[in-house]
Design a protein around this ligand. Structure first.
Ligand code: SF4
Length: 258
């Protein structure tokens, strides 16, 4: 893994700019992700944990709908652990893979009841020990459930970090370690929320809106691909304009329209 000094030198500027746009009140409760909304509405790490599991490969609106329905009926780990499986499945139907996720969240709930009296543990290691909990989920629970600084990395955070040149890593797991090594800890809590918002709004997966992006001067992706491509297209157009018309074409000297 390597880092680009250029983008890394601009981290305070990047974070200031993104905060102004996506967290104007400076608080995660301002956030637009499903987890920020769940956290604000419930302030309950268990809801954040279940919400994170349900959010995998699912759009935010569907996660919000499913969690609203689920928690209105089963508000805590004990209630969910004892729930009728078919009813849980029905309530979370708006999310993708609900058939697999229903037994997963019930299994996690039972373990929380058995090991922690129904509470969610607040350390990375204890969370990683739970079934269905990987690094991204554990970090989401720490950030949105407990306000403990970590950097959860999903596909948006992975893409934005690598395009900017903050890190150069092939997988979200490697990006997570590289980002936490390069981003000062005081910014960790907000990185996931801000990079997701920016990744959906400007630095989109397909056709990023580089023309509307203030990070162009130091963005590795822009300097490496977009600017070169634009330069090449401009050169091609100039060359086409400067070239004499081909023989036989309408404007060619000597040709006559009959
Ligand atoms: S310049 Fe383009 S690729 Fe770079 S961060 Fe901005 S939108 Fe993304």
């Amino acid at each position: 893994m390597s880092t680009s000094a250029s983008a890394c030198d601009r981290i305070p500027e990047i974070m200031r700019d993104l905060r102004r746009r996506y967290l104007p009140k400076g608080d995660l409760r301002d956030g637009s992700t499903a987890l920020a909304k769940i956290s604000t509405a419930t302030e309950d790490p268990f809801h954040v944990l279940v919400g994170t599991i349900l959010s995998q490969r699912t759009r935010d609106e569907m996660t919000e709908k499913a969690t609203d329905q689920l928690f209105a009926r089963y508000a805590d780990a004990r209630a969910l652990a004892d729930a009728e499986p078919a009813d849980v499945e029905r309530l979370i139907r708006p999310v993708g893979f609900y058939h697999q996720k229903a037994p997963q969240i019930q299994r996690v709930s039972r373990i929380l009841v058995e090991r922690y009296g129904g509470r969610v543990p607040s350390t990375y290691e204890a969370l990683m020990d739970l079934p269905q909990v990987g690094s991204k989920t554990a970090n989401c629970v720490l950030v949105y459930g407990f306000g403990i600084p970590r950097i959860p990395v999903d596909t948006h955070v992975h893409r934005v970090s690598n395009r900017l040149g903050l890190v150069s890593a092939k997988t979200p797991e490697k990006t997570e370690a590289a980002l936490m090594a390069v981003v000062p800890r005081r910014y960790w809590l907000a990185v996931n929320e801000l990079f997701i918002a920016f990744g959906k709004d400007v630095c989109r997966p397909i056709r990023p809106r580089c023309e509307a992006c203030s990070f162009r001067p130091f963005c590795k992706y822009f300097r490496t691909y977009v600017r070169r491509q634009t330069w090449w297209e401009r050169r091609t157009r100039q060359a086409a304009r400067a070239a004499p018309p081909a023989r036989g074409s309408k404007g060619h000297a000597g040709s006559s329209a009959k």
